[in-house]
Design a binder for this molecule. Sequence first.
Ligand SMILES: Nc1ncnc2c1ncn2[C@@H]1O[C@H](COP(=O)(O)OP(=O)(O)OP(=O)(O)O)[C@@H](O)[C@H]1O
Length: 321
Amino acid sequence: MNDEALLSVRDLRTTFGSSLTAVDGVSFDVRRGQALAIVGESGSGKSVTMRSVMGILPRTARITGGQAYFGGRDLLAIGDKELRKIRGREIAMVFQSAMEAMNPTLTLERQLTEHLIWHGLCNKAEARKRAVRALGDVGIPDPEKRIRTYPFQLSGGMRQRAMIAMAMVTEPDLLIADEPTTAVDVTVQRQILDLLKGLKDRGTGVIMITHDLGVARYFCDDAVVMYAGRVVERAPMASLLDDPRHPYTVGLLGSSVEVGGRELALRPIPGSPPDLSRRPVGCAFHPRCPRAELPRCQTEQEILTIGPDRDAACWKVTVDA
Ligand SMILES: Nc1ncnc2c1ncn2[C@@H]1O[C@H](COP(=O)(O)OP(=O)(O)OP(=O)(O)O)[C@@H](O)[C@H]1O
């Protein structure tokens, strides 16, 4: 475990049924006041990784190994009751769609004050004050009035802000944001990222799950790239962008769009990610990889080679280094 880390995940494994390993030995650290991007195409295991840590997996999933240290506790070992005390208070989540996180039948007031009251952080009057302040902080006009509305009475962008206010109101140490800007237009995207930046500047650690390296480039300090349930590259964000090592990262960079909508050279990676119940023999990326020149690319599972500040899981990169 890294002593400086707010969250240290080690060798996490999560399976569905007997043959599908969705998360296969994933490790990373998140530091206070820093944002870690978890990037990868759809189905690479980003959400299952974070849902494992938060204890909000579907019933059919099982964590079969690993640790997730947060504030001296292993979140994977402490049990549901203890985890519920941490969730929403010390760790909060923001989702792609506010509809997923918010209850359509409750007013913003009920939803924003619920964690404060349930966790015993303050009384009802104080909770309301904090909720109004949080709505104002995320740029919702007339928060005193808006707090009495239901989520469906807000525009998509405002609902997304209200969800962020809901996550921020308990002043969590760690915020997990799962594709928080996918469903909004580019102007709102920028505003939401700036809101999250403010949170980071106040010392909150952020994990940003995204398939979009443009978003990660704008917001994150470090990055973990996932492919087929495994970490294939880990690096400071700037180094990853300037000098991507893993051929998959190179491919992702070639297919990303900058925040603000300006297109970079858009070259999608040919092929599609594997069905995880039938993982290719050898390196999981080799059927799509332009550099899979070594015999072992097709026969031996890749391993993450740890460098001073760069880790990559690619036989070719290891040989060339
Ligand atoms: N409810 C489920 N039942 C069975 N398998 C699942 C389930 N949810 C996820 N998986 C498996 O886990 C893999 C990883 O899913 P996950 O949602 O973590 O991907 P992701 O990288 O977050 O993708 P996206 O960007 O689309 O959310 C999927 O490819 C799928 O094989």
